[in-house]
Each structure stands twice: as structure tokens, then as C-alpha cells.
Design a protein around this ligand. Structure first.
Ligand code: ADP
Ligand code: ADP
Length: 236
């Protein structure tokens, strides 16, 4: 079963830059795919299009067998959760609030001073934190955590949406090599154990070779390779 299908999807930005040439591809459920390419290749554009953060110039995007339209974009966006290079946490808020930031319930009774978590949301957040091995940090401020820990929070925030797909845009580009391996190992484990398809963009060939089931090579907005790490190895 395919969880993502792109049919001749292209993107030209307003300044005329062709970031993605017409691209057709499908991603299998539960697979670990790496979008590999240098800076400026169009990796981020591709992932943002799948998440509906970026409009397409042409073509059709299908997520979980549903065509991406303005009407269903927010629902499908939760099923294809993003993880970012710069983590995108709110530094002065604690970890729990960062994870549940989309689900805060404003309680007017308390005169705008208090936002509440639903118990069911808290349960999901605790599960997500346990999944990334960060249970002890639930009430710490996000900006007190190391880069690797912050990215774990970013992954927990994605997991709390109970997605079928995680789209990770250069998830380790801000991290040192050892922490990068740890984060990719964690994403790989989540892929295998929770059956969540992971699509991660990377610019390091060695990391792609170590973790991917499938590597899609992107250069100047064009798919230049599509195959297993083994096939990429024999290609080089
Ligand atoms: P769109 O076609 O999606 O409307 P725009 O060209 O209007 O995109 O740009 C959207 C935003 O991206 C703007 O804030 C712009 O400053 C920023 N931007 C423009 N050029 C680049 C670039 N080369 N790389 C990254 N961001 C850019
Ligand atoms: P990557 O993630 O592989 O580094 P991007 O998708 O960020 O590549 O960018 C692909 C190309 O599109 C680059 O040339 C980049 O400068 C350009 N680009 C990205 N965002 C915008 C934007 N909002 N407006 C104009 N050009 C952009």
C-alpha cells in the first residue's frame, strides 16, 4: 500500500525558480525513505509539498489515498507529521506544552491565565515522550535541553499527532555526528516498531546508506536516483 503518491508534481517559486521539476513517485507504508541531495536540490520543497505547507505549481498529491485539497489539508497534515532541522520548539515553554501546542484548550473561566491539557492528550504526550526516551524532561523548558534532546521533543510532537507518516526535513543537519546517528536510529526504530513511514531528507551519503530502505537522489529539482542503498553503492 502507498501512503504518499505524487503525480507529475512540480514547483516554481514566485521568483521564477524551478525548485521541483515534474516528479512522479510513491512511498510504501511503513518504509524508511531518504531523500538525498545537496543543499538547494529541492528536498525541503518536496517534503513541504507533501505536508501541504507549500503549494504546488502543477500535479497531484495523494496522502493516505486522499487527494490533498484545501478542505482536508489540516487533517492529512496531522497524518503526515513534520520534523524540522531547527526543531521548531518554543524555547521558553516546557516540553509537554511544546508537544501539545496544537491541542491547548483555552479556559475562559480562568480569565485567560490558564490553558488546559485534556487528560487524553496528556496520556498521548506521555506515551510519545516515553517513545523518544525523554520522560524525565516533561516539565523542563525546551531551551534547557541539548540539541539531540530538542530533536527528540520534535519527534515526540510529531508522534503525538498519531501519524502514519513522519516527514523529517534535514532532521540531523544541526547535530553532531554521534547525535545524528542516535536520532536516525530512533526514527528507524519508530518506523519498524510503530509501522510509521519515515521520509527523511539528508545530504550525507553515508547516513543515507546506513538507514534507508530506499534512497531517492534529488539534484536541481530532479530525481536522479531511486533505489536501495546497495544499488546506490554499485552505482557509484
Ligand atoms: P511562494 O511561491 O510559495 O509564494 P515566495 O517566492 O512568495 O514563495 O516566497 C515565500 C517566502 O520564501 C518569502 O518570505 C521569501 O522571502 C522566501 N524566499 C525567497 N527566496 C528564497 C530562497 N531562495 N530560499 C529560501 N527562501 C526564500
Ligand atoms: P533543499 O531542501 O534541498 O536545500 P529547497 O527545497 O530548500 O532545497 O530549495 C530548492 C530551491 O528552491 C533552492 O534553489 C532554493 O533557494 C529555492 N527556494 C526555496 N524556497 C524558496 C522560496 N520560498 N522562494 C524562492 N525560492 C525558494
Amino acid at each position: 500500500m502507498h501512503v504518499i503518491e505524487l503525480e507529475r508534481v512540480s514547483k516554481t517559486y514566485n521568483n521564477g525558480l524551478r525548485a521541483l521539476k515534474p516528479t512522479t513517485l510513491s512511498i510504501s507504508a511503513g518504509s524508511f525513505t531518504v531523500i538525498l541531495g545537496p543543499s538547494g536540490a529541492g528536498k525541503s520543497t518536496l517534503l513541504r509539498i507533501i505536508n501541504g505547507l507549500e503549494s504546488t505549481t502543477s500535479g497531484e498529491v495523494t496522502v493516505l489515498a486522499q487527494k490533498l485539497t484545501p478542505q482536508n489539508i489540516s487533517r492529512l497534515r496531522a497524518k503526515a507529521a513534520m520534523v524540522f532541522q531547527q526543531f521548531n520548539l518554543v524555547g521558553r515553554l516546557n516540553v509537554m506544552t511544546n508537544i501539545l501546542i496544537g491541542r491547548l484548550h483555552y479556559n475562559p473561566w480562568w480569565m485567560s491565565l490558564l490553558y488546559l491539557f485534556k487528560q487524553q492528550d496528556k496520556t498521548i504526550a506521555h506515551w510519545a515522550l516515553a517513545r523518544v526516551n525523554l520522560t524525565t524532561k516533561a516539565w523542563e523548558r525546551a531551551d534547557c535541553l541539548s540539541g539531540g534532546q530538542q530533536q527528540r521533543v520534535g519527534i515526540a510532537r510529531a508522534l503525538a499527532q498519531q501519524p502514519k507518516i513522519i516527514l523529517a526535513d534535514e532532521p540531523v543537519a544541526s547535530l553532531d555526528p554521534v547525535t545524528s546517528e542516535e536520532i536516525l536510529t530512533l526514527l528507524h526504530k519508530i518506523c519498524r516498531e510503530d509501522g510509521i513511514a519515515v521520509v527523511a531528507s539528508l545530504h550525507q551519503v553515508d547516513l543515507a546508506m546506513n538507514f534507508a530502505d530506499r534512497i531517492i537522489g534529488l539534484n536541481s529539482g530532479k530525481v536522479v536516483f531511486d533505489g536501495s542503498p546497495k544499488e546506490l553503492g554499485s552505482d557509484r
